[in-house]
Design a protein around this ligand. Structure first.
Ligand SMILES: [Zn+2]
Ligand SMILES: [Zn+2]
Length: 283
């Protein structure tokens, strides 16, 4: 956490316009770290057939509902994040206040929302019923379950052999990637799962959203002086993924680096490209 704070300081100095959102990020991360330290989750039981399905049929080994969740820790975290939200920007503050009220009046039961595999439709319903912004509610839910999900994923790190997976979706949980990362000396390319945080190896020229591998229709751009961040565009599906070269960044937290380069997403959107998995912090 100390190294992360140092990196946040660096980024704030470099890009003062991001100060408010970076302060918010730091507070959320501090609460998540606290939750992680007290986490109590059962091991995920993997059936042998599942692993075979992964290698033979190309199915991910888990569904979202298979993750084990520490509901108590997630609920505590949800409440803390709502409190942090009340001191954030006015829009977030208003939403966090409304959510707090709905919980106090027993209209919303956070435990129901934090169950593994809760359907997005259900979250929609609740957001509509209480006049809430669905994206903010979803952000708070996902940030609250993240420590449990990541702990589950970490248990499985050595389980699946994903070296031959090479697909555009996560071999552990089947979700789409939200960032692409360059690591190791030779710059191997990985995709980072938007749900469980697993990273898997992928070819350097490849659109994970439509499986396009043709060089002529895969382009990129970056901002001058920021060569570590690149937007990989696909002309076929008109979507893009941000690529972060972690080799040049000392304390590499991909979500943080993503958050501090929203200007690149704005440029990509102006060029007419869509981000398949939006940055959850920009709601
Ligand atoms: Zn995943
Ligand atoms: Zn594509």
């Amino acid at each position: 956490m100390e190294k992360l704070k140092k990196r946040i300081q660096q980024l704030k100095k470099k890009r003062p316009g991001y100060k408010e959102i970076l302060d918010f990020y730091q507070k959320v991360r501090e609460e998540q770290e606290k939750a992680k330290a007290s986490l109590n989750i059962d091991p995920i039981k993997l059936k042998k057939e599942w692993k075979e399905l992964l290698t033979k049929e190309g199915f991910p080994i888990l569904e979202r509902k298979d993750f084990q969740m520490d509901i108590e820790a997630s609920t505590t975290l949800f409440h803390s994040l709502c409190n942090i939200g009340k001191d954030a920007n006015p829009y977030m503050a208003e939403q966090a206040r409304k959510i707090g009220e709905a919980i106090d009046n027993k209209g919303i039961d956070p435990k129901e929302l934090l169950k593994p595999g809760v359907k997005e439709q259900r979250i929609d319903q609740i957001a509509n019923a209480f006049g809430l912004d669905k994206k903010v509610l979803l952000f708070l839910i996902q940030s609250s379950i993240k420590p449990s999900i990541e702990a589950g994923m970490e248990q499985l790190l050595n389980e699946p052999d994903t070296s031959t997976w090479l697909k555009g979706f996560c071999p552990v949980c089947g979700s789409l990637p939200y960032l692409s990362l360059l690591k190791e000396e030779v710059g191997k390319r990985y995709l980072l799962c938007s749900y469980c945080g697993y990273q898997w190896r992928i070819e350097r020229l490849f659109c994970p959203f439509c499986n396009n591998k043709e060089q002529e229709s895969l382009h990129y751009f970056y901002a001058e002086g920021e060569e570590s961040y690149r937007i990989d565009l696909c002309e076929k599906c008109h979507q893009y993924i941000k690529r972060i070269d972690l080799r040049n960044i000392e304390e590499a937290d991909p979500s943080l680096e993503d958050l501090a380069t929203i200007h690149l997403d704005i440029l990509a959107s102006q060029k007419g490209y869509k981000r398949s998995v939006p940055n959850p912090w920009t709601t």
